[in-house]
Design a protein around this ligand. Structure first.
Ligand SMILES: NC(=O)c1ccc[n+]([C@@H]2O[C@H](COP(=O)([O-])OP(=O)(O)OC[C@H]3O[C@@H](n4cnc5c(N)ncnc54)[C@H](OP(=O)(O)O)[C@@H]3O)[C@@H](O)[C@H]2O)c1
Length: 331
């Protein structure tokens, strides 16, 4: 029997939360790399919220899906990618990929840094948190910072980095009391379950004197609550709006937008892809902290390529703590 690879295709556009029938697992012969390329066996796949948005229009039906991935070179036709090398690339949602040297990054080995961190706190997830804190909101020592979706990949990275940069108080919101409790073990001063009552009230209780900065990953009610709690000259780094990605209704807008004027608040959105030049700055800052154990690479790892779709939808439902990843092999 010829060796095969598996890839996930999008079979149809989802209506609200994606379901298994929106995806198809497609088998094909294992590709043979052309000169100048290499065959990579994927080890870890990243599943991310932006993929849900791509499913509505960007991704073509019937084609392999894309996403960040870590893999090992198993067959090489280029000296730039020797066999055995561990690389990061963007051909996720599949067991194997043929990559060119320009499309793959050979990961630098750092003692004490787990491989998976390159898809999480040292990858686009951590970079989003770093950019939000340092380039957009410009958090200063002593300030009170509120982070929504705080137990997720971006949120848990942002909370730990805010602490390292001297934030006075770090507050998080998340989807359960258990996840909120884990956040306080991670260095958040306090965290609340947004199902337990209006976000506005719970945030006001957590920060009776107001907040200086919000890193918002959720939008809607969370954004409105942040605007209500922000002090004069407060800043919002708007990173995401997970509350609306699966919604079939028009996105809820904050009803208190004019408070932005009255309190001279800055609200700035950003896309991490426009800040790739900060990647080495993030690595220089974070790697020593990871090595010394002052920062933890928070991850939920689901085993087996068969589970990539359920890992993705599970992440959208909040089944993850930290970055949601899929492990393809046991080594
Ligand atoms: N601007 C950029 O360039 C950029 C880059 C990366 C990520 N992002 C955004 O950052 C956010 C977090 O991304 P991530 O990769 O770190 O994902 P994540 O936070 O690890 O996973 C998504 C989390 O969202 C929470 N959630 C789901 N539905 C929700 C709802 N209706 N209300 C509140 N929370 C909800 C869930 O946790 P709970 O249990 O807490 O509900 C879930 O764990 C997303 O909005 C994403 O689009 C933006």
């Amino acid at each position: 029997m010829k060796p095969t690879m598996l890839a996930v295709h999008q079979a149809r556009r989802p209506d609200g939360m994606p379901v298994a029938e929106d995806f198809a697992f497609v088998s094909s012969p294992l590709p043979v790399p052309e000169p100048g390329t290499a065959l990579v066996e994927n080890l870890y796949l990243s599943v991310d919220p932006y993929m849900r948005e791509n499913m509505d229009a960007v991704w073509q039906l019937g084609s392999p899906l894309e996403g960040r991935s870590l893999g090992r070179v198993v067959d090489s036709r280029t000296p730039s990618l020797p066999e055995g090398t561990i690389v990061q690339h963007r051909q996720g949602w599949r067991t194997h990929a043929v990559v060119r040297p320009d499309d793959a990054r050979i990961l630098p080995p750092h003692t004490g840094v787990p491989l998976t961190a390159w898809l999480g706190i040292l990858g686009g997830t951590g970079l989003s948190a770093y950019v939000a804190l340092t380039k957009i909101a410009k958090v200063r020592p002593g300030e009170t910072v509120f982070i929504s979706a705080a137990a997720g990949g971006v949120g848990s990275a942002a909370g730990q980095m805010a602490r390292l940069r001297g934030a006075g108080k770090v507050i998080g919101s998340t989807g359960s009391a258990a996840k909120a409790a884990r956040l306080t073990q991670l260095g958040f001063d306090t965290a609340f379950d947004y199902h337990a009552g209006p976000v506005r009230d719970q945030l006001a209780q957590a920060a009776p004197d107001g907040i200086d900065v919000c890193i918002d990953n959720v939008g809607g009610e969370h954004l409105e609550a942040a605007i209500a709690s922000l002090r004069e000259y407060g800043r919002i780094a708007w990173c995401g709006a997970i509350a609306q990605y699966n919604s079939t209704e028009p996105p809820p807008a904050p009803r208190n937008l004019f408070d932005i004027v009255e309190k001279s608040i800055t609200l700035e959105g950003f896309l991490v892809r426009n800040h790739r030049d900060s990647r080495h700055e993030l690595e220089d800052f974070l790697i020593p902290h990871l090595q010394e154990g002052r920062v933890l690479s928070q991850e939920t790892v689901i085993d087996g390529f068969d589970h990539v779709v359920s890992a993705f939808t599970g992440m959208l439902r909040g089944e993850n703590s930290g970055k949601m990843l899929v492990r393809l092999t046991s080594d």
